[in-house]
Design a protein around this ligand. Sequence first.
Ligand code: NAD
Length: 484
Amino acid sequence: MNDKTKIPQYELLINGQWVPPESGKYSTILNPATEEVIAHVAAGSEKDVDIAARAARAALKVWNGISAAERGRILNRLADLLEKHQEELIALESLNAGKPISSVRRQDMPAAIDTLRYYAGWTDKIIGQVIPARTDALTYTVREPVGVVGAIVPWNFPIMIGIWKIAPALACGCTLIVKPAELTPMTAIRIGELALEAGVPPGVLNIVTGKGSVVGDAMVAHPQVDKITFTGSPKVGRGIMQGAAVNFKKLTLELGGKSANIIFDDADLDSAIRGSASGIFFNAGQVCSAGSRILVHKKIHDEVVDRLIERAQKIRIGDTASPDTIMGPLVSKNQLNTVMDYIDVGRKEGACVAYGGNRVGDRGFYVAPTIFTDVKHEMRISQEEIFGPVASVIPFEDEEDAIRIANGTAFSLAAGVWSADVTRIHKVAQELKAGTVWVNTYGYTDVRLPWGGTGESGFGREHGEAALENFTEPKTIWLSLLKR
Ligand code: NAD
């Protein structure tokens, strides 16, 4: 598959076999940093999803016929293999998603391995309860896997978010069809290979690459798929919810964000500036929880803007394979156009580009870190998710004003608070409409802590014990103790 003299071609992984797509078609995968073609990947169709769904259904029995402890060992073996091949996976993720290699090494890869190991530890701890409801019956619950899971993964953290879905689903005894984002399927394909090597039985983990509107839609519509776990845009999430209503599929939706990062005038400004800059510029702003609205107390507004600009000037943009690069390109031409359009919208709405605002170079989809000032809360750049390295700095009067602005969008994924006042921190953290609130830091996630939002940010929680609820159903068993 990896003949270095020509561009590699990848097939679908269905029932433990690498098979060509029924359509015979392949899509072209680019390196976003150079726009060079790096692979041709199978364009799956409705028919391929149907075959994969049947394989996954049949494999449920096989997977659950293996003891929970042994399934845990298989997941740990997969983690071992990810560790063993991590340099290859890091390079592949960087190449395909346009991520600086240093950030994949520091963040995405360790998080993926940690997630696998964490859920490997859960396999034999997913238990029911004996609930003493009556004297004439033994009443208890067991937790059963929901069945076949359709996992739809975005392009911003392909390996990490892919494993966020694969690991808990497998731990709960589910089987999967994974649909990586059309632009970034490379590491998911490799994980499929490694899963077979780790001993995941054929049909348990199927990888069907292709378009969201084809493969994703087919997964949502398929009667043999019991649950969809989706991370992506609110627009697609809404369509999935409508599609899932047809056969009442279980759903978890992790959608967008427009997170507020609030800097009070008593904050330690060195760390607030550092954390706020990385909060929006990390992964070129293509982060659902990006701190894209930096709310600053009016007394320190000008100082914060000056220091954010200083910080933005120092961000090394460039070759994603170089360990010194801090910021890579956006993932695609489309994403570049969307972000540049938003920068135009901001200018037209009367906001001021205090830094950046331009494309960088003419090869690769790079955009300069961009800082808008004179942003009004009602402007589109302050209300809509841009998903690029674009910060809106918005001044506020006092605590109440900060909370009003922070809570004033349709999203509620995350927020940040920078202050030295413990009472204020707790009060504001409680008032903020957000699934996660970071205090005097920004952007960290850990598989042990619930992750998700409400409103346009979706519903349900990934990570931790919460994810086990997503992939299991309780069953009540009522055994009569009455003598016959
Ligand atoms: P997207 O919604 O365009 O695509 C996400 C996935 O859905 C891809 O795999 C895509 O192929 C698939 N898809 C597209 N159309 C589909 C359809 N009709 N039916 C089924 N599947 C379909 O989103 P994106 O542009 O890849 O990712 C960016 C978005 O994801 C942003 O809005 C961001 O905030 C969100 N996101 C959220 C989180 C979170 O944890 N809440 C994490 C990362 C990204």
